[in-house]
Design a protein around this ligand. Structure first.
Ligand code: ADP
Ligand code: MG
Length: 238
């Protein structure tokens, strides 16, 4: 569905330089992957590339196949087709942000429905079912500020799934949770992805939690360069 070949993303220069290198990475329907690496290794950078919000360096190859059509993502970036990229993103990608990214002035139900509303999709009983599965059905009329951190994170997950995107990305969704809640939220996320047949990529620094949740780990390995900067290379974890 998403194919990356020789993808690079460089930020800063000299001692401030950070380069992400992805020699080869394929995302197939139903796949469940963890991106594992320490803070600053480039997990969020890679998720942003996958989410089509960040442009890759020249020479990178990113292709997307969706609904029987192929899209040359790198070419779309090169030619500045932001509107096409935005349209693909809103239909195909659900993004769970590290701190939930919920809108404080909307209640939980409307926060979950936001991804559908933005696409002009009608409200759907599936949203209620999703809330039940994520164990927040009794919180729908509350504002996010009245929820626990774990509940807010589950609202963020529900919102990322509500418009039925084939790709769901999650940026350290359990980082701000205590171990018990982290385990629970990670399992609920994976279970929902499984039930809906979507592929998920979850960034985390906790490789063992990822494995326990049934995610296939890919590692970002960071090496210093001669210029004092760093290069992080993505590879399948042993
Ligand atoms: P992680 O999510 O694994 O903590 P990030 O992807 O956030 O790592 O960061 C990878 C590297 O990219 C870091 O060296 C960081 O300083 C740098 N970086 C992140 N965002 C930006 C930005 N907007 N501009 C320049 N450099 C950035
Ligand atoms: Mg990050």
């Amino acid at each position: 569905m998403l194919t990356l070949r020789d993808v690079r993303k460089t930020r800063g220069e000299g001692r401030q330089r950070y380069s992400l290198v992805v020699p080869r990475f394929d995302l197939e329907p139903g796949q469940r992957i963890a991106l594992v690496g320490p803070s600053g290794s480039g997990k969020s950078t890679l998720l942003d590339l996958l989410a089509l919000v960040l442009s890759p360096d020249p020479g990178s190859r990113i292709e997307l196949t969706a609904n029987g059509r192929n899209h040359d993502i790198a070419a779309l970036w090169r030619s500045g087709r932001q509107n096409v990229l935005a349209d693909l993103r809103s239909h195909l990608v659900g993004y769970v942000l590290q701190t939930g990214g919920l809108l404080g002035f909307l209640n939980v139900e409307r926060n979950i429905g936001l991804s559908r509303a933005l696409l002009g999709l009608p409200t759907d009983p599936a949203v209620q079912r999703l809330a039940e599965r994520l164990e927040i059905a009794d919180q729908l009329s509350k504002k996010p500020s009245a929820l626990s951190v774990g509940q807010r994170q589950r609202v963020g997950i529900a919102r990322a799934l509500a418009h039925d995107p084939p790709i769901v990305l999650a940026d350290e969704p359990t980082a701000s949770l205590d171990p018990l809640n982290a385990e629970r939220v990670m399992r609920l996320l994976v279970a929902q992805a499984e039930e809906r047949g979507v592929c998920i990529v979850v960034a985390t620094h906790d490789a063992s939690l990822a494995r326990r949740a049934g995610l296939q780990p890919w590692e970002l390995q960071v090496r210093p360069g001669d210029d004092g900067g760093v290069t992080a290379t993505l590879g399948a974890a042993p």
